[in-house]
Design a protein around this ligand. Structure first.
Ligand code: PHE
Length: 456
């Protein structure tokens, strides 16, 4: 993706939109709400905001700096800036491995969204009584065929787009669907908080129960924050390499982080009240939105069947598009690597990725049904892969990025990048604080959290 063209983004808004496009995805709308539900509600939200501002934003800045300075793809960036140091050359392979693993289970969720889109089109939610609608999910994921099929269809469609090259069409499309998703989530939020019994959900998000706070909360909040900002997988390094030398990276990075944060919080407030109104357990795990959102549609359907059907169709379509644009960028990393380094044709590389991600994804999908008993370190295949990526590999990669900027590069390099060679006096003034966060706070926080993870 990165090596052939070395264009720059058109301007500040284009950079923020592109980065926010990568950041805002299933991570915000599917993963964040169930993480909140599993890890103590309001407490998790607060820890999440703190982690994002104090740790993830500095990591984000460090990755943009690496990308913009090296002006190349994630694999070569570390090698180039370290002058081909063997250790840092090897590090470059991690951002190839991680997105490929994530694409495998990401497309399983993409498949679920596809199924829920079909269900909306066939008016299932409007026709099913509200108290039974959340039960549809369990039956669907436990069946051996349907979720495997939707996963393969979703992955296949994403791979096909990658095989044809990412055309401007899909990018333009996602620029429309992303704001649409924003509006739709607001509509659902308003409806969801007005449901009887929803107040409990709002209280759950606003009143922290500090007894829920544990090292585990920090570990999962930081992992979630990295995941949501597409950190630790070479994505932001690659995007950073397209940012013009004149751009103020503080504005673009903070803009991206804040819109991502806002979207996650909105999704939390749209989904949690519905969870309580439907009487679903907040810690229900990965199926949470697929159980709670249809309940909203079923309730809405009782009063306004037409509106409910249209909103549900558009809503799941927007999720599919948001998920697919993210999935495409995840697959593209592996494909670009196989094309440039293993000299495969683009088609062959796509076939390899379809094979690898398809197979791993099938195992993830079956882990909700027939393979539920197959456990790795006490987790199902799906949970293990998600945990390995979000709580181990992303942290490791992010740690390497901040250590690289803080300790391997001479101080003037991040300083030049952060101030765009002295162009922005405000940035110059706050640079010592940012440098301190990158050099000390972020690595220490990540190391502590990394080790807590092994005791969870
Ligand atoms: N950040 C995306 C999300 O929140 C996931 C993703 C990571 C997508 C990296 C692309 C690249 O869903």
């Amino acid at each position: 993706m990165a090596a052939q063209k070395r264009e720059n983004f058109g301007g500040r808004l284009a950079v923020i939109l592109a980065m926010a496009g990568s950041a805002i995805g299933l991570g915000n709308i599917w993963r964040f709400p169930y993480m909140v539900g599993e890890h103590g509600g309001a407490v998790f939200m607060i820890v999440y905001v703190v982690c994002t501002l104090l740790v993830s934003l500095p990591v984000f800045l460090a990755e943009v700096m690496i990308g913009r300075r090296s002006h190349t793809n994630a694999l070569d960036a570390f090698a180039r800036l370290s002058r081909q140091h063997p250790f840092w050359r090897a590090v470059g392979y991690l951002p190839i491995l991680i997105p490929t693993l994530i694409a495998s289970y990401y497309s399983v969720i993409g498949g679920w969204s596809l199924e829920y889109f079909f269900k909306s089109c066939t008016l299932t939610f409007v026709r099913t009584p509200a108290d039974q609608v959340s039960g549809l999910f369990g039956a669907f994921v436990a069946s051996p065929w349907a979720p495997v099929l939707t996963h393969l269809v979703f992955l296949g469609a994403s791979v096909l787009v990658v095989a044809g090259g990412v055309k401007s069409g899909i990018e333009k499309f996602s620029k429309i669907t992303l704001p649409a998703l924003f509006v739709l989530i607001l509509v659902i939020l308003i409806y969801s908080v007005s449901l009887p019994g929803a107040g409990e959900g709002v209280r759950y998000l606003l009143h922290p129960d500090w007894s829920e706070l544990s090292p585990r909360t920090f570990a999962y909040a930081l992992g979630q924050s990295f995941y949501s900002l597409s950190l630790g997988m070479g994505c932001i390094i690659t995007y950073g390499s397209y940012v013009s030398k004149k751009e103020n990276i503080l504005t673009t990075s903070a803009g991206t982080a804040i819109s991502d944060l806002l979207f996650a919080v909105l999704a939390g407030f749209a989904i949690m009240p519905a969870v309580f109104a439907a009487g679903i357990e907040p810690g229900a795990g990965p199926g949470l939105i697929f159980q709670s959102i249809p309940f909203v549609f079923a309730k809405m359907g009782a009063d306004l069947p037409l509106v409910s059907s249209v909103v549900s169709i558009v809503f799941f379509l927007a999720i599919i598009v948001a998920a697919m644009t993210s999935c495409i960028s995840l697959i593209e990393v592996g494909v670009a690597f196989l094309v440039e380094r293993a000299r495969l044709s683009r088609r062959a590389a796509c076939r390899v990725l379809f094979g690898v991600c398809g197979l791993l994804g099938v195992l993830c999908s079956l882990s909700f049904g027939p393979l539920a008993g197959l456990q790795i370190f006490g987790r199902t295949v799906f949970d293990f892969l998600d945990w390995l990526c979000s709580n181990i590999l992303l942290l490791l990669m992010a740690l390497l990025a901040v250590v690289f900027v803080g300790f391997v590069l001479p101080r003037r390099v991040p300083q030049d990048e952060f101030t765009s060679r002295g162009r922005y006096p405000f940035n110059a003034r706050i640079f010592p604080v940012v440098y301190f966060l990158i050099k000390w706070v972020a690595p220490i926080a990540v190391v502590i959290i990394f080790f807590t993870n092994f005791n969870l």
